[in-house]
Ligand binder design. Structure first.
Ligand code: GRF
Length: 207
């Protein structure tokens, strides 16, 4: 059983998807802590479920280095095997990444390396791509640049807005992120090499 700490800023639907897999017994993991940078709905949900939570807010004018140190201390306090950025809306510093080498994964709503950074679904629409999706990747020192572990694909449909496309991408995120956590816990995805024992599991497509 691996110990998972999730970092959240929003509603936490990805965290819930992981929890669903744990509850039904398909993911051999325990969510030992949920850490947020704000009073996020995901934090309240976690607390309601009895999961230990911690909020490390970043306020205007705060020292970023000090915040990253507090954030890393909060996460390390839960002694994680895996740190999941599940809708965490801050960029973590290299000092944070160095505390959990090759043990931090992020889910991003585009097929990286296209459209890193903010508002990825809107970027995809503007570029006129016909498929989009999500990427689960290792977090390195760049923004959405770490080694890709798995991707899920969805079509872009006529009349899509950034919101409708993002909602479709989220449906595949909710399958892909739990699949990645499941594989890490089962040892079929090795984070040190980023290799899957069965490569076909690293790709999902919308039905
Ligand atoms: C997801 O779309 C994820 O790709 C992005 O933030 C969103 C978080 O959604 N990084 P939720 O809080 O898990 O519902």
């Amino acid at each position: 059983m691996i110990r998972v700490v999730a970092l959240v800023s929003g509603r936490g639907s990805n965290l819930n998807a992981i929890r669903g897999g744990i509850d039904e017994g398909t993911i051999d993991a325990r969510i030992v802590g949920v850490v947020a940078d704000r009073n996020a709905p995901a934090l309240e949900l976690a607390a309601e479920r009895g999961t230990p939570t911690k909020c490390v807010p970043l306020r205007k004018g705060d020292d970023r280095d000090a915040w990253n140190l507090s954030l890393a201390d909060a996460v390390a306090g839960f002694d994680p095997d895996l740190v999941v950025l599940a809708g965490f809306m801050r960029i973590v510093a290299p000092s944070f990444v160095a505390r959990f080498p090759r043990r931090i994964v992020n889910v991003h709503p585009s097929l990286l390396p296209s459209f890193p950074g903010a508002r990825a679904p809107a970027q995809a629409l503007k570029a006129g791509v016909r498929v989009s999706g999500c990427t689960v990747h290792l977090v390195d020192e760049g923004v959405d640049t770490g080694t890709i572990l798995a991707q899920g694909v969805v079509p872009v449909r006529t009349g899509d807005t950034a919101d409708t496309l993002h909602a479709r991408i989220q449906t595949i995120e909710h399958r892909l992120l739990p699949a990645v956590v499941r594989a890490i816990a089962a040892g079929t995805l090795d984070l040190d090499t980023a290799q899957w024992s069965d490569d076909s599991q690293s790709v999902l497509a919308a039905p």
